[in-house]
Design a protein around this ligand. Structure first.
Ligand code: UT7
Length: 331
């Protein structure tokens, strides 16, 4: 029995912010952003919007996609670096309440942009271990809430959004054709933690009533360091996944990479000797939505009729931590 993705959905804020919009308030340009990253737009939540709002919308869309209801969900995993609340309650618990998923356990996963591929593997193990039958894996981010909008090195790169997958136990027919999560690979290199970090608000540097919050409230990034890690990680994870599954790259129909920078995706294509059109890319519209970028891409592909039953797809992601990982899935 294999765990497979039964339903997929996404939820992205309606408010679109273009590169030209940003250039009105930060020293940047559409030309710089597009040529260095491939980004044209990002979507940003309205004032008051939180990760659970998007996660809830994506979860509803994933359940609708496969005709399941919330009562059938045994567990909710929300991968996020922008939880509604710092520490507790988890965003997964907020979503569980809003869905009315009374039978579901709920917890958050903190693996940054690799969170969704981590979540798929956690779900696979719970399901194939016989513990649960239906697990909602959600990547949900409101990065706009922790972005320093004066820092052009970061603020042009990110966007808000959520994507969700209902991962279910094969019933003997759904997985008879090999449909399911075939293999995953997860890694971490904590020595690179300072390359992408939100220093304040945790137990190391707690908020204090007598200290005015400064720019350390926001996340900061050593872009070059993350770039070098990413270029190595994506290709290497791809090669490891293929070796684990004993598959040749030629059998993969599509690669769904974390959407962080088109140049990182191009480097991955080169390393895997694949043309760029084997990669699904929507960074131009949504920018980097961290843990949400891969499920948003999957939902996009499904909606456009690009994803078809029986196809072999590979996800590859990297992010803060530093973390990286991926999955090979028979759709
Ligand atoms: O999900 C994981 C999250 N993080 C990432 O994936 C980020 C990975 N890193 C990257 O994608 C790239 O390193 C960046 C897009 C962040 C930067 O691209 P780059 O080609 O490596 O640019 P750079 O850092 O070498 O900067 C080149 C110049 C600098 O000016 P000087 O020092 O050469 O005069 C920057 O100050 O570009 C400047 N610059 C900008 N100019 C206009 C940096 N950001 C901007 C901007 N607009 N938004």
């Amino acid at each position: 029995m294999k765990a497979y993705i039964k339903g997929i959905g996404s939820c992205v804020p309606a408010r679109k912010v273009s590169n030209d919009d940003l250039a009105k308030t930060v020293d940047t340009s559409d030309e710089w952003i597009y040529s260095h990253t491939g980004i044209k737009n990002r979507h940003i939540v309205e004032e008051g919007g939180a990760a659970s709002d998007l996660a809830f919308g994506a979860a509803l869309a994933a359940l609708k996609d496969c005709g399941e209801n919330a009562a059938a969900v045994d567990m909710i995993l929300v991968a996020t670096v922008t939880p509604d609340y710092l520490g507790f309650p988890s965003t997964a618990c907020v979503v569980q309440d809003r869905l009315g998923a009374r039978n579901a356990a709920a917890m958050d996963i903190s693996a940054a942009c690799s969170g969704f591929v981590y979540g798929l593997e956690v779900a696979r193990v719970f399901i194939e271990g016989g513990v649960y039958k239906n697990i909602l894996v959600i990547g949900a981010e409101t990065l706009s809430r922790i972005t320093n909008w004066k820092d052009r090195n970061t603020c042009v790169l990110f966007g808000d959004g959520a994507g969700a997958a209902l991962v279910s136990a094969g019933d003997g027919t759904a997985d008879s054709s090999g449909r399911g999560i075939i293999v995953s690979h997860l890694e971490a290199d904590g020595s690179g933690g300072s390359a992408l970090i939100r220093p304040d608000g945790g137990s190391r540097n707690p908020f204090a009533p007598d200290r005015a919050p400064g720019d350390t409230l926001f996340f900061r990034m050593d872009g070059g360091k993350v770039y070098r890690f990413a270029v190595d990680a994506l290709g290497r994870v791809g090669e490891i996944l293929l070796a684990k599954a004993a598959l040749d790259i030629s059998s993969i129909d599509f690669i769904i990479p974390h959407q962080a920078n088109i140049r990182i995706i191009e480097a991955c294509a080169k390393r895997l000797s694949l043309p760029l059109d084997k990669f699904y890319i929507n960074i131009q519209e949504f920018a980097n939505t961290s843990s949400a970028s891969i499920p948003i891409a999957l939902a996009d592909m499904k909606q456009k009729g690009i994803l078809k039953a029986g196809q072999l797809i590979m996800t590859v992601a990297f992010g803060a931590g530093l973390t990286c990982g991926g999955n090979i899935i028979r759709w």
